[in-house]
Design a protein around this ligand. Structure first.
Ligand code: ATP
Ligand code: MG
Length: 342
């Protein structure tokens, strides 16, 4: 049966890119699929996190998930470190994945920067943990933003190599087609699979960007949103009247794309309305739609944050349900690999 898994890192508060690129699909898929949504705290520490801030961010991300429409009764909602299968299976995958595969990962190159010798080993092995996150549940569908496509391909390669390396044991364990791990499919759809930074239209919007002006956080208030959009980088030309006019204008394309996604209109329709106008009037309209959406979710999340014990209880409940799914999978994995267990 199809099973959905996805996660976000508590490296800060969620932003419009996380929402439009991934979470909109997460919410939608709850209607048709069994879904498991994770706050991936093990991934977060691949880059140094202040412990008190990490603890706060785990709760804040959870509150934002729920405020945006994830139902913790329907879906499994939990934080990764409470389910040991993630780390255990990641170790096995560290021994399945090849150095050459990881060397090609562009996210590592971007995040490690110039001083690669100083990057954590965890940041390098991150894609193996991500494969474990998905495959510990033998999940089949993974709704993510465009930037995670390469990691998903690696997860498929790992699943395939595991199935091949242990074919004899897998068949003997009763999987006659030799497929123990399904090859997980990326679900990269929707109006904004790659939202760009407000300061640089060639860089994706990220939690870890040092400039808070580069993103609209789901926790920002109306004044902050208006200020960030007003300061967003643009070029001096008026808005183009069709999509060809975005050529060489990544900031214009990004802002119009965000407006279209938030207002549920095709980009062409937005350009019909605003084409030829100056950015100043368009930015006012954009601030309005952004405030409407983000403000509602942010206010609801803030209310939930008033009761941290209740958030921890939700995470504990989700973790118990997650463990119940991973335990039989991990028992089989250990048998297949040749470990002894009691
Ligand atoms: P970090 O900078 O810490 O990596 P992030 O902003 O990239 O944070 P993640 O937690 O790594 O966020 O990603 C969570 C989900 O949001 C993933 O599915 C990812 O593909 C998606 N996502 C992240 N940034 C964007 C973006 N700018 N546009 C669309 N989707 C995005
Ligand atoms: Mg990221």
């Amino acid at each position: 049966a199809p099973l959905v898994f996805s996660g976000m890192q508590p490296t800060g508060s969620l932003h419009l890119g996380n929402y439009l690129g991934a979470m909109v699909n997460w919410i939608e898929m709850q209607k048709t699929h069994s879904c498991i949504y994770c706050v991936v705290d093990l991934h977060a520490i691949t880059v140094w996190q202040e412990p008190a801030e990490l603890r706060h961010a785990i709760r804040q991300v959870t509150a934002t998930y729920i405020a945006a429409g994830l139902d913790p009764k329907k879906s499994i909602l939990f934080n990764q470190s409470q389910v040991s299968a993630h780390a255990e299976l990641a170790w096995i995958f560290n021994c399945v994945a090849r150095l050459g595969w990881l060397n090609r990962m562009t996210q590592f190159k971007e995040k490690a920067g110039k001083d690669r010798e100083q990057a954590s080993v965890g940041l390098y092995a991150y894609p193996n943990l991500m494969a474990a996150d998905i495959l510990a549940y033998r999940a089949t569908h993974v709704p993510v933003g465009e930037d995670q496509k390469q990691h998903l391909e690696l997860a498929r390669d790992i699943a395939q190599k595991f199935n091949n390396d242990f074919n004899k044991e897998i068949v003997a364990a009763g999987f006659e087609d030799g497929i123990f791990f399904p090859l997980p499919e990326p679900v990269i759809t929707g109006p904004a699979t790659r939202v760009m930074s407000l300061r640089d239209g060639t860089k994706k919007m990220s939690k870890s960007d040092p400039s808070d002006l580069s993103r609209i956080n789901m926790t920002d208030d109306a004044d902050t949103i208006a200020k960030k959009i007003q300061k967003a980088k643009t070029d001096p030309e008026p808005l183009p009247s069709d999509e060809e006019g975005f050529e060489g204008r990544p900031e214009a394309e990004n802002l119009v794309g965000i407006y279209a996604a938030l207002s549920g209109q095709p980009v062409a329709d937005v350009l019909k309305e605003y084409g030829g106008q100056q950015f100043s009037s368009f930015k006012k309209a954009l601030a309005e739609v952004a405030t409407e959406k983000v403000g509602r979710i942010g206010a609801e999340a803030a209310k939930l944050m008033g009761d941290p014990a209740e958030i921890d209880r939700i995470l504990a409940d989700g973790s118990a349900r997650a463990r119940a799914v991973t335990e039989p999978v991990m028992a089989k994995v250990k048998d297949i690999v040749g470990f002894i267990r009691s």
